[in-house]
Design a protein around this ligand. Structure first.
Ligand code: FES
Length: 168
């Protein structure tokens, strides 16, 4: 056997062995991946809140979503209760005399203000941070009506400007 033949055999053996190892590694990776289900355990960001008739005029607090939903006639808007300081749940306090203000360029009847019990941040009725350590206003979230059953829907991943109103 010539030295040339041995080198060729050795080369072919190494190529074959390398391909075999690569195939086994690929198969092992595919097997491991199959053990991880293709589902997301993150909470859904779009949540049905109930039918419009379940929301009386004024404020309704939804503890599960930590959300204040306001209704004035056929118009809705939603403000997060999550304090922008360290995430405690802010509380709403009814104003002794509600006022109408331009909010985001549109008139809004303000009936409440907000206060955080953790470190005392205060917010005005449109969610603007007024005092305390809160660095930003409370978030406003997008509202819509569900196409299938007409329920009010909030998208907690979609912040909106303060001129947002849903009219039903
Ligand atoms: S978490 Fe609200 S003021 Fe600190």
């Amino acid at each position: 056997m010539s030295e040339d033949t041995v080198d060729r055999r050795d080369f072919l053996f190494r190529v074959g062995a390398g391909a075999g190892v690569a195939a086994i590694a690929y198969q092992a990776a595919a097997s491991l991946r199959s053990l991880v289900p293709n589902v997301s355990y993150d909470a859904p960001t779009t949540v049905k809140l109930g039918s419009v008739s379940e929301f009386p005029d004024g404020l309704k607090f939804l503890p599960d979503q930590r959300l204040f939903v306001f209704r004035e006639g056929n118009t809705f808007h939603a403000i997060s209760a999550v304090c922008t300081h360290l995430g405690c749940t802010a509380r709403a306090e009814a104003l002794s005399s509600p006022e109408v203000r331009q909010v985001g360029g549109a008139p809004l009847r303000l009936t409440h203000r907000f206060q955080c019990p953790c470190h005392g941040s205060k917010y005005t009725g449109d969610g603007s941070n007024a005092s305390g350590p809160a660095p930003r206003p409370l978030a406003w979230y997008h509202l819509s009506l569900a196409a299938d059953d007409g329920q009010l829907v909030v998208d907690l991943a979609r912040e909106v400007e303060h001129d947002f109103r849903l009219t039903v």
